[in-house]
Design a protein around this ligand. Sequence first.
Ligand code: PEP
Ligand code: MN
Length: 352
Amino acid sequence: MIVVMKIGAPEAEVVRVSEELISWGLSPEKIVGKHKVVLGLVGDTVDLDPLQLQDLSPWIEQVLRVEQPFKRVSREYRHGEASNVAVPIPQGVVHFGEHHPVVVVAGPCSVENEAMIVETAHRVKAAGAKFLRGGAFKPRTSPYAFQGHGESALGLLATAREVTGLGIITEVMDAADLEALAEVADVIQVGARNMQNFSLLKKVGAQDKPVLLKRGMSATIEEWLMAAEYILAAGNANVILCERGIRTFDRQYARNTLDLSAIPVLRALTHLPIMIDPSHGTGRAEYVPAMAMAAIAAGTDALMIEVHPNPAKALSDGPQSLTPDRFDRLMCDLAPIGKVMNRWEQPTAALA
Ligand code: PEP
Ligand code: MN
């Protein structure tokens, strides 16, 4: 349930209403929007009468019931306003959200060695990426496939961060690694295979670093939003949703089916920022540019692109990785679309 206060409601009145709600056994969560203050009430509100709540104060404009099973992530919970996930990185603060430029995250699937991660970091930064991605702990279908270099790769990501000023996004697979990971990562990724690992979701929700929550490969939008709800319910409101392709009946030509309709659907349902990953979404480097362009045109807030200095030799996901040169060209191709959408600030003019 949501209590919307009128524009200009005095702070003392907001406090008084909150205290009254607490005395009723509820936990109001205050959300300060651009124009209004909203009090979100989650928990056992089924027996509450909205009219009874409305009578609490003449400064209450409206009392709404959230009909969706997800509450804190719902668009209504912020009274229709988009949230902005602000991530401090060495270069400054990067904002993910509907009212900000598209943020580009790029880098290899796995961190393989210092030379490749540092070279990739320099190249993607020069092309306009704000974040370097790269897995230290890799969720692989086969136990015999390369599993990532683990903690030592975190050290290499820290080096790349230091020399370039890029932010770092890397995946957590096991809650036991969270602390070490959070020392290096500016955003912690929960991968598709862990989207419904509820104990992991609670743990990333209980720490402070922003979380990138990838959609499970067979997850419905509702299951995905309920997974995000776990993170917000545990106390961390800085969640970015990443569509990375779902499994449909045809896997012959593309690894997954990139669900770009998720962009407008999520926009209507949630205030959380949206990222699109056309690399895992298609599984083929040659299909990445078309889907990246389409994602910007459809209104994505961010893109995740796999880039590797030598895709043919990559230890994971080579076929879907762009070379740095191909990534440069992609950034140039994305610029006009980003500009038309009024969502572009990457320094593409600096590129050859
Ligand atoms: C990745 O980002 O490298 C990855 C493993 O992604 P996903 O969880 O979407 O498969
Ligand atoms: Mn990958």
